[in-house]
Each structure stands twice: as C-alpha cells, then as structure tokens.
Design a protein around this ligand. Structure first.
Ligand SMILES: [Zn+2]
Length: 208
C-alpha cells in the first residue's frame, strides 16, 4: 500500500497533479474521489481528462446524470457520481460490472462510499482536504489487497492469490451487494441536505 501526499496552491495545481496521476494509470483503473463540497473533486477529474487526452472542458459535476463518458487516448474516461446509486439495479443500469470487466476505461468515482462493496480491491483512493483558502491537501493511496491470499467477504472461503477479488463467487458478491443496499450496513435514517455538504466520513452509508 503506497500513499502519496501532495499539497496544492489552487485549482490549476490540483489539475496538474491529477494530470500527472492520469499519465501513470492504465485503462481499467478505478480512481475514487472523496472530499468536501468545493474541495476540487471535479477539478481533479478535469486534470485526469487532460492527462488522458480527453477534452477537459467537457468535464462537469455529474450529480444529476450519475455518469459522464469522455473519449480519451486510452479509451474512455468514465466519471461517476455514486451518490444516487441506491441498489444493485442502479449499479447494473450504468453497466458497472461490464465497465470493470472490459478494462478499457479509467473510472473516476465520486461518493465511492455509496458503492463501497462494489469497488475493486485494487484501486486508487484520492482524498482531497481543505488546508486553508485555496490550499488543498491531496492524499493518493494505491490500494491493493494486504495479503496474497484473501478470504471471501461473504462466506470466508479462501480466494486464489492475486485475483484481487473480494468474493469467492458471483453468488456471494450479489448477496453482499444486496445486504449493502438494503441498508444492513448503513445508518438507518433518510439522507438529509446536510449530508451533501458535510464531512464525507459521516455520510450515510459511509461507515462500515
Ligand atoms: Zn463466498
């Protein structure tokens, strides 16, 4: 597990760091983005777009459409806002599994905590924090399974080393996903306006 810490002095700087990251990732990479409102998540995706050879000016917050696709040099940059994904069906409707299986897109996910069990074990987690005025602290974590051999999160069976999978079978994966979206893991209260503006770590569904 590798964590890189960067400090940026403004949106241009944040974009530049994202561009540099984009040039180091292969198609099939999932990059999650966490940060308060105004932290610069969209700005970061714009930088990813630039680094991947997509048109950065087409990047905007996908809040009302769940996902945007941007053609780029490596295939596609897919920008997903997971906030409104409430069920395995919602996830299926954006072709999540196919997206990961195809491996021809770089996938940037805002509100990743909403789909935590569906995130691949190998991914890059980006956390952007306010550090006063225009200053931001950006943490880039290259996430990999801790052990070579893993246990299924559903039934505990051992999974083949290096697979990067979190479940032994489709059955276990779907069962876990169903439990997640039914709220077994989430805080049992409706989403409030404050959740949109508050600290992500306290967001519903963000605790596990
Ligand atoms: Zn299992």
């Amino acid at each position: 597990m590798t964590v890189e810490l960067r400090r940026t002095s403004g949106p241009d700087d944040t974009e530049r760091i994202a561009s540099a990251l984009a040039m180091r990732v292969a198609p099939g990479t999932v990059i999650t983005l966490e940060g308060d409102l105004g932290a610069g998540k969209t700005c970061f995706v714009r930088g990813l777009a630039r680094g991947l050879g997509a048109d950065p000016s087409t990047v905007s917050s996908p809040t009302f459409v769940i996902e945007h696709r941007h053609p780029c040099d490596v295939g596609t940059l897919v920008h997903i806002d997971a906030y409104r994904i409430r069920s395995a069906d919602d996830l299926a409707s954006i072709g999540w599994d196919e997206l990961l299986a195809a491996g021809d897109a770089v996938v940037a996910v805002e509100w990743p905590s909403r789909i935590a069990p569906a995130l691949p074990a190998v991914r890059i987690d980006v956390r952007i924090r306010h550090a006063g005025e225009d200053l931001r602290e950006i943490e880039i974590e290259w996430v990999r399974p801790v052990d070579a051999s893993q246990r299924c999160k559903g039934c505990g069976a051992t999974i083949a080393a290096g697979a990067g999978a979190q479940f032994c079978s489709e059955r276990c994966r779907m069962a876990d996903l169903g439990r997640w979206f039914r709220g077994d893991y989430a805080i049992g209260r409706p989403i409030e306006e404050d959740d949109l503006h508050g600290d992500l770590r306290r967001a519903p569904g963000g605790d596990r």
